[in-house]
Design a protein around this ligand. Structure first.
Ligand SMILES: [Zn+2]
Length: 54
């Protein structure tokens, strides 16, 4: 079973030089998405209670 690997960003056939992407542009885009996702995550609310000990 041979599956043609495609660029996960634009679905074009990937280029060995930029595997698993088709170009540096898509590689950078994937990286940016990853970073943006990380920063966009709301995350758990900061336990501010620690600073309000009574
Ligand atoms: Zn691509």
């Amino acid at each position: 079973m041979t599956t043609t690997r495609k660029c996960p960003i634009c679905r074009k056939p990937r280029v060995a030089e930029h595997t698993p992407f088709c170009s540096t542009r898509c590689r950078d885009r994937d990286l940016m998405q990853w970073l943006e996702d990380g920063y966009a995550l709301p995350g758990p609310a900061a336990p501010t209670d620690e600073f309000e000990q009574d």
